[in-house]
Write a protein that binds this ligand. Structure first.
Ligand SMILES: [Zn+2]
Length: 127
């Protein structure tokens, strides 16, 4: 690891804060979804077998998509913190090169260098 120590400390603090923020966000989303689901069935005075009713589904899908992206980000942040523990932080998982500091500053959870990320996103492009 050749990134300066204080820069790494800063990134680690940033990752920990981001992790807490995401966990709170996830809890909020989950409780909103659960509260929304029970309020919905209570309002109608029906049982819980209203799954095929179209109303309310759209918002639910938006919430689920958001929840999914928060989960993904949380997993990436968790992984980055694990890499810190193992001393692999800031090294590209694919090519083993160091990830640029500017990239880590913007995306401290990045596990690939910009080159590998670009290749991953555009697999059809020439290597
Ligand atoms: Zn790479």
């Amino acid at each position: 690891m050749t990134q300066p120590e204080d820069f790494l400390t800063e990134l680690k603090a940033h990752l920990s804060a981001e992790r807490e923020r995401l966990q709170r966000e996830l809890e909020r989303l989950e409780s909103t979804r659960l509260a929304g689901a029970s309020a919905y069935t209570e309002d109608r005075g029906y049982g819980t077998h209203l799954a095929d009713d179209a109303s309310g589904t759209e918002q639910e899908e938006v919430d689920l998509a958001l929840e999914h992206s928060v989960r993904e980000r949380l997993a990436a942040v968790d992984e980055a913190l694990h890499r810190f523990e193992r001393g692999h932080y800031g090294v590209c998982e694919r090519c083993g090169k160091e990830i640029a500091a500017e990239r880590l500053r913007v995306m401290p959870w990045a596990s690939l260098c910009i080159e590998c990320q670009t290749k991953k996103e555009r697999p059809a492009g020439h290597a």
